[in-house]
Design a binder for this molecule. Structure first.
Ligand SMILES: O=C(O)c1ccccc1N[C@@H]1O[C@H](COP(=O)(O)O)[C@@H](O)[C@H]1O
Length: 215
C-alpha cells in the first residue's frame, strides 16, 4: 500500500488555527517569515508557534532568499524544516542546509517545460522538493498567490523524483491533484482562506478530509 499523502497547511499565524490544523490531521504546518506576505509572522511569533507545534505536527518556516543571519535566527528556534521559496541556487541551498542543521524543502516554480529541467539539480541537495506555480511577472511575492500550474508538465519529470505539490490547491481540487499527479504531499495556503492571510477552520478541515479520501 502506498504511503499516505503528506498534508501541509501553510501560512498559519495564530494558535487557534494551529490547533485546528493539528486536530484536522495535518502532517506539517508552515509559518511564513517574509515581510511582503500577508501571512508574515515575526521571529517572536515564530518562536511561540514552533514551540506550540513541537511534538504534535512538523513545523516548517518559509523563507525567501534569506541571508545567513536570518537562517541562524530561525534555525535557533528549532523548526523541523526550513522551506526556501526564493531564487536560491543549488550551491546556496547546500550552504543554508549546512548552516541551519534542519531539513530543507526547496520550492521550485513551474510554468513551462524548461522549468522541469531545473528540478534534477536540487534533488540530491534538498531533503524535499516542492513544486509550485511560477508567479506572474511583477508579482510582489514568489508564492502564496493561489495560482495553479499545468500539472501535465510533470509528465516530463523523472518519475523517480518525489515531490510535494502546491499552487492553487483547494478543498475542491485537492483530490483530483492527488489522483492525477500522485505527489508525495500537498501544500496549501490561499485555498484554505477567506481573504489573503485569513485562514478558515472549516476550509482546513475540508481540505484535509478530501485529501485523505483521495490519498
Ligand atoms: O504565502 C505566501 O504569502 C508566500 C510568500 C512567499 C513565498 C511563498 C509563499 N507561500 C507558499 O506558496 C505555496 C502556494 O501557496 P497557495 O496555496 O497557492 O497560496 C505554498 O507552499 C505556500 O507555502
Amino acid at each position: 500500500m502506498a504511503d499516505p499523502v503528506i498534508i501541509k497547511i501553510c501560512g498559519i499565524k495564530t494558535y487557534d488555527l494551529l490547533d485546528a490544523a493539528i486536530a484536522a490531521g495535518a502532517d506539517m504546518v508552515g509559518f511564513m517569515h517574509f515581510q511582503r506576505s500577508p501571512r508574515h509572522v515575526s521571529i517572536e511569533e515564530l518562536a511561540g508557534l514552533i514551540s506550540a507545534a513541537r511534538g504534535q505536527v512538523q513545523s516548517c518556516v518559509v523563507l525567501v532568499n534569506p541571508d545567513n543571519s536570518c537562517v541562524a535566527e530561525v534555525a535557533a528556534l528549532g523548526p523541523d524544516w526550513i522551506q526556501l521559496h526564493g531564487p536560491e541556487t543549488p550551491h546556496r541551498v547546500e550552504a543554508i542546509r549546512a548552516e541551519a542543521g534542519v531539513e530543507i524543502m526547496k520550492a521550485l516554480p513551474i510554468g513551462s517545460a524548461e522549468d522541469i529541467a531545473q528540478v534534477a539539480g536540487f534533488v540530491d541537495i534538498a531533503d524535499r522538493i516542492l513544486l509550485d506555480a511560477k508567479p506572474p511577472k511583477g508579482a510582489d511575492r514568489p508564492g502564496g498567490l493561489g495560482e495553479s500550474f499545468d500539472w501535465s508538465l510533470l509528465k516530463a519529470l523523472d518519475p523517480a523524483i518525489a515531490f510535494m505539490l502546491s499552487g492553487g490547491l483547494t478543498p475542491d481540487n485537492v483530490a483530483e491533484a492527488i489522483t492525477s499527479v500522485r505527489p508525495l504531499g500537498v501544500d496549501v495556503s490561499s485555498g484554505v482562506e477567506t481573504a489573503p492571510g485569513v485562514k478558515d477552520r472549516k476550509l482546513i478541515e475540508a481540505f484535509i478530509r478530501n485529501a485523505r479520501a483521495a490519498g
